[in-house]
Ligand binder design. Structure first.
Ligand SMILES: Nc1ncnc2c1ncn2[C@@H]1O[C@H](COP(=O)(O)OP(=O)(O)O)[C@@H](O)[C@H]1O
Ligand SMILES: [Mg+2]
Length: 503
């Protein structure tokens, strides 16, 4: 944002930043700058080095090499406090608030004027004026422990502004937010840049950054791979910069849906310690389709999966898998009826972490099946090639694999190695995975759908649901509050339903 005729030094410039951790170069000669009044997004897959760079920019990490310039002059930051004295503040992905303190108390916590006598009324007034100016609705007297994730994030932002931040680094600020809250956050970001502040917006979600950014810089494996200005941002090109190869982001839908109902959930009601967890759940899964259940975490998704998987017995209602009633048959009964299950917790309940891929594959074979390790070994080698699983070999314990590779092993087992399963429940199938691995996992699910399986996919990732599901449902406080066909799913209505707002 240079002014006519006169070059203005960017608010912050990072030159040749290199930051190493044992065994990894987290930032490798990174150049980055942000101007006054600008939103500059740092985009990249998990592990690309975004948080590390942001931490260098705010003074939390000291790089081994490189230079920082603030408004044209070199600065040295030895701590976040140094950063703050330069007007630079970071809102971390994991909040750093004191739960039992009020909003106002958290905001002033650690602030240098704390040594002076604090005037509560004055603080509350100042907090109220910040919340108003930047669209951050908060009650200064509310206790932080009772706030939602979105509200806590606002406290962090208010705190940064209270401390005089002119440049805010927001690390994955949308990770915990429902879509309407993301909209609110974007309004705040715009209000901040309108007031001349600079925002570095860190994200791994391609879909959300295009609207909010003046510039987008992409990182991969510690390096900057490209940078585009608003208007030149092409989603496919950005995705390629993120993963370093060509990819296709296209919605995948059922090619040959049938009317065969393989999974039926009717009138399911679940209580725990007297509280209703699931209320009146009715849902059918047909051969050759993916039903996507979306919702913000903690609205009963996990319980629903566990009821279907036979791990939890509902107080009322029925589940049938391929015509066999399973709601009282336990996990083994559900499996015998033809259910495969990919839980959220891949290495906990999904895979046996100390066992090899081969042993994990044979683990769920039907009883009485004579386990032929040699053929399981061949099968594993096939999966490793086909799914590009990065592992030293099929005999390596699965706990040594990265999240994405462990997920591929689990999916391979549940989708292909378990004979006879026609119904699959998958929970957050790509959470924490890189764009490349996400593609591979989506392709697997698509293939399983084409093979005639009925798939129930429970996911907090709305992009994922929108890309894959033939029918979309929203679970809110244990009830299905919205159902739409995937092909004409309305993102806005789904977002509102996820937040519990009437559509
Ligand atoms: N405190 C740390 N100690 C050791 N390694 C780290 C630390 N922080 C990050 N890393 C490593 O540095 C790389 C970049 O991580 P990070 O900056 O967190 O990426 P991103 O925020 O893009 O997901 C990763 O390989 C990560 O494992
Ligand atoms: Mg990060």
């Amino acid at each position: 944002m240079s002014q006519a005729g006169r070059a203005v030094a960017p608010a912050l410039v990072a030159r040749g930043i290199t930051k190493r951790f044992p065994g990894v170069v987290a930032n490798d000669s990174v150049n980055f700058d942000v101007a006054r009044g600008e939103v500059h997004t740092l985009l990249g897959e998990n592990g690309a080095g975004k948080s590390t760079l942001a931490s260098v920019l705010c003074g939390l990490y000291r790089p081994e090499e490189g230079q920082l310039l603030r408004n044209g002059a070199e600065i040295r930051l030895n701590s976040p406090r140094d950063g703050l004295s330069q007007g630079i503040a970071m809102v971390h992905q994991h909040f750093r608030l004191v739960d039992r303190f009020t909003v106002a108390e958290n905001v002033v916590l650690g602030h240098k004027s704390l040594s002076f006598v604090l005037d509560n009324a004055a603080i509350e007034e100042r907090v109220a004026s910040i919340t108003q100016e930047f669209g951050l609705p908060l009650d200064p007297r509310a206790v932080v422990g009772e706030l939602s994730a979105g509200e806590r994030q606002r406290v962090e932002i208010v705190k940064a502004l209270y401390q005089g931040a002119e440049l805010l680094l927001l690390d994955e600020p949308t990770a915990l937010l429902a879509p309407p809250e993301v909209e609110k956050l974007f309004i705040t970001v715009r209000a901040m840049t309108h007031a001349g502040k600079s925002v570095v917006f860190v994200s791994h979600k391609l879909g959300e950054v295009v609207d909010i950014s003046d510039r987008i810089t992409v990182m991969r494996a510690g390096k900057v791979t490209g940078s585009v200005r608003r208007g030149d941002a092409d989603v496919r090109r950005l995705a390629e910069l993120m993963v370093g190869r060509e990819i296709n982001i296209v919605p995948r839908r059922a090619k040959s849906p049938t009317s065969d109902v393989l999974l039926s959930i009717s009138q399911v009601h679940l209580e725990r310690e007297g509280a209703e967890i699931l209320t009146d759940i009715n849902l059918e899964g047909r051969a050759g389709e993916i039903v996507g259940v979306s919702g913000v975490a903690g609205n009963g998704q996990r319980d629903l999966a566990e009821v279907v998987a036979g791990l939890r017995m509902p107080q009322r209602g029925n589940v049938t898998v391929c015509g066999v009633p399973t709601s009282r048959a336990g996990a083994l009964g559900a499996r015998r009826a033809g259910l495969a299950y990919v839980p959220e917790d891949r290495l906990g309940t999904g895979l046996a972490p100390s066992l090899s891929m081969v042993d994990n594959l044979v683990l769920t074979r039907k009883r009485g099946f004579i386990v032929d390790r040699k053929s399981a070994l061949r099968e594993s080698e096939g999966f490793i090639r086909q799914l590009e699983i990065k592992t030293p070999g099929p005999l390596t314990p699965t706990r040594k694999l990265s999240g994405g590779n462990a997920q591929k092993v689990l999916l391979a087992r549940e989708l292909f190695a378990v004979s006879g399963a026609r119904v699959l429940i998958v929970c957050s199938p790509t959470r924490g995975l890189d764009v490349g691995a996400v593609e591979a996992v989506h392709a697997l699910l698509d293939e399983a759908r084409d093979a005639g399986k009925a798939i129930l996919m429970i996911s907090e990732d709305l992009d994922e649901v929108m890309t894959l599901a033939d029918r979309v449902m929203v679970l809110y406080r244990g009830r299905i509050t919205l159902e739409q066909a995937g092909i004409d799913a309305d993102l806005d209505r789904i977002g509102r339903a996820m937040a519990g707002l009437a559509s």
